[in-house]
Each structure stands twice: as structure tokens, then as C-alpha cells.
Design a protein around this ligand. Sequence first.
Ligand SMILES: [Zn+2]
Length: 171
Amino acid sequence: MKKLYPTFADSSNYRGLTQNVNRLSGKESDTLKASVLERDNYKCSYCNFHAEEWQTINYIDGDSSNNKKSNLTTACPMCNLVLNTPLGCQIEGIVELYQVSAYDQNKIVQLTRKMRAEGKKDDEIRRSLGLKIKVPFKMNKRYLNSLFAFITSWKGSYGDVEEALEYGYSH
Ligand SMILES: [Zn+2]
């Protein structure tokens, strides 16, 4: 698994759950995205979650203008919110940030998905994960990198994120 931590891609527009593979026409972008998903066997590179739907494409080097296939990797909707913290925290308002956790970020995503599928409430999940000292979002990578992101069960501002996350919890 690739190491996961709260961050964001430079010059992304954050307006959708799926990052645009920028500066390419729609068809080119779709083809590239499909080939990355196929190469990765539809498995999230950060938490190993496998799904035929709703997977997104992440820029490994954080540069959303670098569309080389070697720079693109598959990310599930939950990891996508961590990798695009402004989307998760500011636009959707779904993600909380903490200074302290009993687990690394990859494990936080895996355990959150598992416990939510089991019907556990957010408070219970936060406690199990040992999340402490909630802090505000800042548009600063160095600040974000040291924090832990928790994806709450709040539905968010946009329907597509809700649908994508629900899919992740039921599979
Ligand atoms: Zn994932």
C-alpha cells in the first residue's frame, strides 16, 4: 500500500469527487482513467479496497498536470477525500482532522469502513481509532501531512459523494 496522509494536489479544482485528469479531452481522459483502473485491478492503492464503481484517480506526485500513467494511481472515495483534504474538509464538510491517532492513516480508512459497515456510530469509531485533539483545516500541506483525517458519516454537500461513500461501506 502507498502511504496515505492528508494532502491535496496542486492546481486541482476540487469540484468533483473524481479528479479530472486535467488538460486532456474528455475521451482521452476517460481512456487514461480506465487504463489506470484496469492496471490497478480496481483496487485502491492506499487501503486495498476493491470496487468496480466510484474509484478515483490520484496524482502520486501531487501535480495534477502530470498525466503520465506512472504518476496516476487508483484511490477509493474515502482515500480520495484524504488525498484532497480541501474537498473533504471545506467543500463537502465530511472530514475531520486530529493530531493524535492510535493508527496510521491507511488503517484509519480501513477500520472506519469496516466499523461503519457494522453499523457503528461515529463516536464509537473515533474512540476505537484513538482520535484526539481535533484541529481546524488549513490550506497548508506541511500542516496537513502531520494530521489524521476521519471521514464522518455526515452526508456532505453533494449527492455523488454520499452515493460513492455508501457504496464503499456496503461492499
Ligand atoms: Zn482507499
